[in-house]
Design a protein around this ligand. Structure first.
Ligand code: MBD
Ligand code: FE
Length: 283
């Protein structure tokens, strides 16, 4: 059976939900009563304002209730929130930075991918389909100094738009890896160019997209986390020029400074690109 015939929203959604539960991201949250009161009141008021302004009917209210239940059943809360809300949270979190501001993490990050020293090739199937991509660059601090042994975590979809561990039949760490830059902060990673990504169309999020007449596409992208001692962690995505969905990303996560410059590879096979990262010192 092909991956296409077995990948489902419920399977990738439940994997993303399990992953989030295991991530420990909520274990350090200590929201004060004042803060919860403020945010929850604003959210409830915003929903009530829409009901009153748009004169929402009981049929619409019940359809909304059924849809919210389905989001949970399909495990799509991580997908829904990361597609439609995370970009604003990321803007708030990184607005102070002088170096790269980055982009959203999305639902498909897995920590602790196997580590290799640069130069390296990301783990991939022997017959991995697609255009070979050499991704190289340098990691520096905001004062211009190179960051020796900076760590670059890279994960992305394959030629068919699937992520390992979120679609069946793909080796565990396929197209995922952690890479240690050299003493000058330089890195050189051989990978495969990812395809544009369509969020699952057979789950609650897909149902909303179809009902609203939207589209389900994200432009092709590389996901990255770049880190170095004494510096803020950078979570970013990088994009490929000419992708039609660079202009209308469903996740609103494209920024002009995240566009790659793609050239034919000097090796003669595939393409190559150079992108430098600038990290802010941790305060
Ligand atoms: C993705 O691959 C992604 O990066 C985001 C943000 C949401 C859904 C799928
Ligand atoms: Fe992605």
């Amino acid at each position: 059976m092909s991956i296409e015939s077995t990948a489902s929203a419920a399977a990738s959604g439940s994997a993303a939900t399990d992953r989030f539960r295991q991530s420990g991201k909520t274990s350090t949250v200590h929201a004060s009563q004042e803060r919860v009161n403020l945010l929850a009141s604003k959210l409830v008021n915003a929903v009530n304002d829409i009901v009153l302004e748009e004169r929402v009917t009981y049929d619409e209210y019940n359809a909304f209730k059924a849809w919210l239940i389905k989001v949970g059943e399909d495990g799509e809360w991580p997908l829904f929130l990361d597609v439609w809300v995370e970009h604003s949270v990321e803007d708030v979190a990184t607005s102070h930075r002088h170096g790269n501001k980055g982009s959203i993490e999305g639902p498909y990050y897995i920590p602790e991918a196997p580590e290799q020293k640069s130069p390296a090739k990301i783990s991939m199937r022997p017959d991995e389909k697609g255009t070979p991509l050499l991704f190289q660059g340098q990691v520096r601090s905001t004062d211009g100094s190179p960051l020796p042994n900076a760590k670059i975590e890279l994960w992305h979809a394959d030629e068919e738009g699937y992520y390992s561990q979120f679609a069946p039949g793909i080796p565990e760490w396929n197209l995922r890896g952690s890479f240690i830059a050299d003493a000058q902060g330089n890195f050189h990673i051989d990978t495969m160019q990812p395809a544009p990504y369509q969020i699952p169309t057979d789950g609650a999020c897909g149902q909303l997209i179809a009902a609203a007449g939207w589209h389900a596409w994200r432009p092709a992208h590389l996901h990255l986390k770049v880190s170095a001692p004494g510096h803020e962690l950078l979570t970013a995505q990088l994009y490929f020029p000419g992708d039609p969905h660079n202009e209308d990303d469903i996740a609103t996560a494209v920024k002009p400074e995240l566009m790659l410059d793609i050239k034919p590879a000097e090796s003669g096979t595939g393409v190559q690109t150079t992108y430098d990262f600038v990290l802010d010192p941790a305060s």
